[in-house]
Design a protein around this ligand. Sequence first.
Ligand SMILES: [Zn+2]
Length: 429
Amino acid sequence: MSVDRTSIERMFDLDETGLIEEIARLERVKSAAAAGQARVTAVLADRRRSAEAAAGVPRVKQCRGLAGEVGLARRDSPARGGRHLGFATALVFEMPHTLAALECGALSEWRATLIVRESACLSVEDRRTLDAEMCADVSGLEGKGDRRVTADAKAIAYRLDPQAVVDRAAKAEAERTVTIRPAPDTMAYVSILLPVAKGVGVYAALKRAADTTFDSRSRGQVMADTAFERITGQSAEVADPVAVEMVITDETLLGGDDTAAVVSGYGPIPASVARGLVDRAVTDERSRATLRRLYRHPKSGQLVAMESRSRFFPKGLAKFIELRDQTCRTPYCDAPIRHRDHAQPHHRGGATSAENGLGECERCNYAKESPGWEVSAGTDETGLHAAEFVTPTGHHYRSTAPPLPGPIVIQVSDVEVRIGIALAEYEAA
Ligand SMILES: [Zn+2]
């Protein structure tokens, strides 16, 4: 982004007091803009719902793709779009004081979200009471951080309707899950979302292991190793991940260059780490590795196409789309791929092909089936595989598949064939 000289110069005219005031003023502008966005979003939701109700769409199916539309308009994932939508509707129609506090800058968008979230289990009437108690007098919000705001809202909700809070806890339990995301320096965070008692139990068990282990490792290292060993059943010292799949250039694999490899579901890892993983998979008898050749487009660097006529995506094609797309292809959605499906649906003549195939998360796959959505996909003149999403309001959004790391690319996974055979075939080619 280019620096706007004039506005920078204007900042230089301010003294430090003035600069602090400018920071505070811009923060108020952000809050006011968030309040404005909430109003517009709530009006849109209301209008869509009425129109669909008038057209006879059943209530549960109304506003089905709207979360995705809000997400796209805000350059956010559909999951966040859904949260923005719920937040806006609650704030505008049920929580006028919180909305006003956001509008005047007494609350940031995030703190307003926390209040809405804590009140979500309440009846509309109780929610209005909480809204007034928390935000009718904005001086009460002065100096309160995220935790205080959450704790205050939680306390009021519990006082108003203890049963609702308990029921909500039971519902939250159903959302327990495990997720992974990359951390800096080729590390990864693996998070387990558990009910509090079980979460504390996991932590206590690991802590106990640290308390009773005396070697050169730190407590943190012992806890991390113990978690790995108990979950995978393998020793932390020797084991590699059970089934790593990665994409690596031929040059990198053979040591000729150091282009990063890409591990599915994780992202880029340094060449030396990738080579180490392959070496160990080849030499370690307990592990097997296979190679499969993949070719990239000379201009765009993406995986090239495959064709098939069957209705369901064949296994090879599904794998191909997964490798090409890496994450859900909806713009701004980074969710893992769950469905490999037709961009243009099969019942409307869409081909079962890599061209017309898209990797998508569950939510996005259902959203694009909603009325008014049009999705198309294909390779453009530069060789990029592009998907175009047209929403019911006629807005266009585009996403392209990410490039592969090198001219000839090899996918490595640890099943089926031995690595030596595939490598020889590759070298002969
Ligand atoms: Zn998605």
